[in-house]
Design a protein around this ligand. Sequence first.
Ligand SMILES: Nc1ncnc2c1ncn2[C@@H]1O[C@H](COP(=O)(O)OP(=O)(O)OP(=O)(O)O)[C@@H](O)[C@H]1O
Length: 261
Amino acid sequence: MALNATDRLELSGVSLTLGDQPVLQDLTLATGRGEVLVVLGPSGCGKTSLLRLMAGLVEPGSGTVALNDAPPVPGHGIAMMFQSYRLLPWKTVAANVAFALPDLPRAQREDRVSEVLHLVGLERFADRYPAALSGGMRQRVALARALAPRPDFLLMDEPFAALDAQARELMQAELLRLVGASGGPGVVFVTHSVDEALVLGDRIILLSPRPGRIITDMAVPFARRPDPHDHPDYPALRRTLWERLRQAVLTDPASDFYRPG
Ligand SMILES: Nc1ncnc2c1ncn2[C@@H]1O[C@H](COP(=O)(O)OP(=O)(O)OP(=O)(O)O)[C@@H](O)[C@H]1O
């Protein structure tokens, strides 16, 4: 996929230690607006820490992180989404989305809120409270809130992991539709699921157990196709990723699965 040269998120030789734990080691990668980069890896390998580095919430111990050639500043050009919806229960859907646009004059803010609620199909629910919505709908509100300030990049930390299978599939399709639209952000999407990685990713990086290193960086040959599961390359790629994940976990001395000898 051709990356947009003007909106780039780049890591160069990045390592991170938290407390006395080396968490990430020598990561070099670049992504751009319009790409869905999936980060796959075993538990505790540093996936969330990688997103926090990209958002400017932590600084690397060595190496550099750059959003459009400058260190990322929290809240500028980057939005985050998590497994928990993090909605304010005492505010309506519209007010939750508006919360992401504190600097816009009121009329413009209302227009933008309507626009993004329309994008995610929730315009009829603008006056409801989160408690009255299903999990999938709440996650749509969180997506609308993340997209409202038109971020260059959307960093997503297992955002659909708590949804039931059907809602998860709908949200995956929704995300690809929104990213595919012109002006859609670049996405860095963390998941434990090989299938989710293959359905969503233009590119997949696989991290080793902690300290996380990139052990695979692959383009997905059927990215953005309808019905990716039916593509002839799907089973082989799925097997390859599973095998690499399994090997990484089995050879990790810190893993519960490690069996010496
Ligand atoms: N503030 C901290 N101090 C020390 N260690 C930390 C700190 N924050 C995270 N860690 C450790 O760093 C490692 C990476 O954590 P991180 O949450 O980035 O991994 P992850 O791949 O997202 O995990 P999971 O898949 O379980 O969500 C973990 O072993 C965690 O215990």
